[in-house]
Design a protein around this ligand. Sequence first.
Ligand code: AP5
Length: 228
Amino acid sequence: MILILLGPPAAGKGTQAEGLEKRHGFRQVSTGDMLRAEDAHGSAIGHEAKAIMDRGELVPDRLIISLLDRRIAAEAGRDLILDGFPRTVPQAEALDRLLAARGLEVSGVIVIDVDDAALVERIVGRFTCADCGASYHDRTRPTRVPGVCDRCGGTEFVRRADDTPETVAARLAAYHEQTAPLLPYYRPQGKLFVVDGMAGIEAVAREIDSVVRGLAGGVAHAKVMRGN
Ligand code: AP5
């Protein structure tokens, strides 16, 4: 199954992708994480992407599509959860082509719907474990033991360079202008499922699980975008 998690910055895509890996055996493919890894390794792609990401803009389609192509090849045969890709209509079209060339197609697109005002609070409170990347939030998802990662026991934590109030505005603008047009791209294909991302993490997970179960069972759920 190839599932796409779509949503504005800090909607909870990474949080839910992590849960889907644990509960359903999906492999998470996060293009944001891939770009940050390229930067950490000092590659030319990472260098080019870093300045763009720090401004809160989207990296060029050609760059991200070639990264994704390589990753899909490396993950052959696995159920994938695409977190943060596609983000533009040309990326969605390229994804359809990449998958079709392998006899695959997108199974479903889950939109995590969150009000813009809530996103800023989520972004400024976010921190991750420096060792394993587990994601937390100062208020809504602190570590069980203060200063110790629940997952790996690490004690070093980091905050992302683009998680600033200034950059958030640009990231939200990029979402509304370039990524939101994906909804009318996928809706006519009957692949779009909208979950209420304003609910708590567990409630969102339950809604996503019901979509995954429906897709696995071949049931077509029709959901209408809130406010649309
Ligand atoms: P990327 O890394 O994908 O960032 P993003 O889309 O901005 O999303 P985030 O990772 O910030 O948030 P999330 O939705 O995963 O939320 P999370 O689960 O962490 O991309 C970064 C940059 O890379 C882009 O700006 C762009 O430059 C570039 N890029 C990446 N892909 C690209 C592409 N395809 N094309 C072009 N450029 C690309 O949750 C956030 C916080 O909220 C956490 O603290 C969490 O604990 C908390 N939280 C989660 N769910 C809930 C809930 N239900 N209630 C309360 N709190 C919650």
